[in-house]
Design a protein around this ligand. Sequence first.
Ligand SMILES: NC(=O)c1ccc[n+]([C@@H]2O[C@H](COP(=O)([O-])OP(=O)(O)OC[C@H]3O[C@@H](n4cnc5c(N)ncnc54)[C@H](OP(=O)(O)O)[C@@H]3O)[C@@H](O)[C@H]2O)c1
Length: 286
Amino acid sequence: MSAVTVIGLGAMGATLASLFRDKGREVTVWNRSPAKAAGLEGVATAPTAAAAVAASPLVVMCVYDYVAVREILAQPGVADALAGKTLVQLTTGSPADARDAAAWCAAHGVAYLDGAIQAAPSQMGQPDTPILISGDPAAFAQWQGVLADLGGHYAHLGEQPDAAATMDLATLSYVYGAFIGFAHGALIAESQGLDVARFGQLVQDISPSFGAFFAFEGQVIQSGDFTMKESPLRISVEATQRIHEFSREARLNTELPELADRLLKRAQAAGLANEELAALIKVMRR
Ligand SMILES: NC(=O)c1ccc[n+]([C@@H]2O[C@H](COP(=O)([O-])OP(=O)(O)OC[C@H]3O[C@@H](n4cnc5c(N)ncnc54)[C@H](OP(=O)(O)O)[C@@H]3O)[C@@H](O)[C@H]2O)c1
């Protein structure tokens, strides 16, 4: 059984350490506030970050942010103890943070993987727990079996170390865009005295097929061929205009419908009405 070190025992880090421990691994932990480490049974507690790193060939870090990451990496003895090992960084950060950490690891002889956890602590360790990861492919191949303790659905996005952080931003952009749409839909439903919980269920029901539709639109954008195959943009011009008109007449907030209506009309004015809906990106690129 591989030994693994976990640095950071907040809500997420403590969950990661527990998952490794529950799989029978030899786990060493370090946390800035020692009380959290003392509260975790069945793991070895190191007195310093350097001692924790020295204990295992695989080091998983999950702290609040990259300010904390940089402070920990700068602690006495940490760089020397990490040399020749693999660091899996599961602290959420920006693409620039990931590039900086990868450069630091390259300069110190450390194999680097940068990950973005797309789940809450209670959702970790499941066959479908989504974790984005990028960086050193050989290190991922070497440690994939151990990292599988944390979740069964890794997407390795290639060698580019900032790919996971970038795709994390891209998927969060989708999530927040969809959530603002969801909140506006709730306004529409409640304005007519309809059950908003039922609306939430309807959204859940349509999500798998819309997910498949978005995956298709992604292929269209990547290919650059916007020939209409599934959904012509003109249908969405009409739909967003209907949402906008209804919202105005019902005296609801119109910020989102105005934006959607305006973007789709710009695409129509640009001659894209009979292309695939994905052609909207052409006006957003300008
Ligand atoms: N929780 C979630 O739902 C979730 C989901 C996905 C991703 N994540 C990501 O996972 C990471 C950890 O999240 P969390 O929920 O575990 O956070 P948390 O409960 O707030 O814990 C933060 C951890 O960072 C440590 N820390 C903060 N500043 C530090 C510093 N300057 N030096 C050393 N350690 C420092 C804390 O140590 P002390 O105990 O000493 O304060 C603690 O171990 C974050 O990047 C977060 O975005 C979390």
